[in-house]
Design a protein around this ligand. Structure first.
Ligand SMILES: [Zn+2]
Length: 303
């Protein structure tokens, strides 16, 4: 009994030390772990650490859609895939060139196939040449580029359609469609953290192209749509985003034709004040809002 008492005391002391340690760790923000969601027996999406990723387990290898933001998140993604299957990752398909979908590739093995739209590769080369924080990993540029608006690929026994309608979120968007599983990975064409489409003017995205692309996505014979950010959506939600954005764009077009100023148009379409309207209100980079993008396209002005 005496031993047990000593043990209990030591154990309690150790426990309080570990509680202190846990508090110390909690003060340095640790990213939340990634979350794995299954869609079909061989298809998953993995949330967190940047944009959503897709995982498709093929005959002999694994196809990944988008690779997270940091090398650490990229490694965690690979670790999660290793818990799903012992098969190696052979192919990555990139939906666009933004760092939160690309830069985790730094942790991926050398020699894998990296598929992207040709404009995505150009955007990454430009970012790499500019250097600095957020530049893509030099050793993992796309190895296979897509130039056509539709290509039917067969990778590891899996039918994969890659689609591009027009410059939308960026000039190098690629939508990934699995016709057998009726699943679409939309990239940031659909990004649920914002009510309106997010368009990168600096990467030659366009609101007109966004509407065409969203229409194209909604027209696919699919029932699960994995967005670039946020939860899986049904077809009706994609259609609603498309019709809402098209209606807003048409209204802005009318107001521009009436000679209204950008500020007048923002008020007329009910945009939130700048604090919430820019960068999603989360202290993110201040991207142009949908209204600003449409206004600039229609007036060819850059504010
Ligand atoms: Zn993006």
């Amino acid at each position: 009994m005496h031993y047990q008492k000593v043990f209990s005391f030591v154990f309690a002391a150790a426990l309080s030390l570990s509680v202190l340690a846990a508090v110390a760790v909690a003060q340095a923000p640790t990213p939340a772990p990634l979350m794995v969601h299954q869609l079909k027996p061989n298809v998953y999406w993995i949330e967190g650490g940047g944009g959503n990723s897709g995982v498709i387990v093929g005959d002999k290898g694994v196809i990944v859609v988008d690779a997270k933001t940091t090398p650490a998140a990229g490694k965690e993604l690979l670790d999660d895939i290793a818990k799903i299957t012992p098969k190696p990752v052979t192919t990555v398909i990139l939906t666009h060139s933004d760092g939160d979908h690309v830069n985790g590739l730094a942790s991926f093995p050398a020699g894998i196939t990296i598929i992207a739209h040709q404009n995505n590769k150009k955007e990454q080369e430009t970012a790499l040449a500019a250097g600095g924080k957020g530049a893509p990993p030099a050793g993992h540029l796309p190895t296979q580029t897509i130039a056509k608006n539709k290509e039917d690929l067969k990778i590891d026994g899996e039918k994969v359609e890659v689609l591009h309608w027009a410059p939308a979120h960026t000039s190098g968007d690629l939508v990934v469609f699995l016709p057998a599983e009726k699943i679409v990975f939309t990239g940031d064409i659909i990004a649920m953290q914002l009510p309106d489409p997010l368009i990168h003017l600096e990467k030659n995205g366009t609101s007109e192209g966004w509407v065409a692309t969203a229409k194209g996505i909604a027209g696919l014979n699919a029932d699960q749509f994995v967005p670039g950010h946020g939860d899986v959506q049904a077809k009706a939600a994609i259609q609603k985003r498309e019709t809402d954005a098209a209606a807003k764009r048409a209204k802005i077009k009318d107001l521009v034709a009436q000679g209204k100023s950008l500020d007048e148009i923002k008020t007329a379409v009910g945009d939130p004040p700048p604090a919430q309207g820019r960068g999603g209100g989360r202290g993110g980079p201040a991207f142009a809002s949908f209204t600003e993008v449409v206004y600039q396209e229609l007036t060819k002005k850059r504010s």
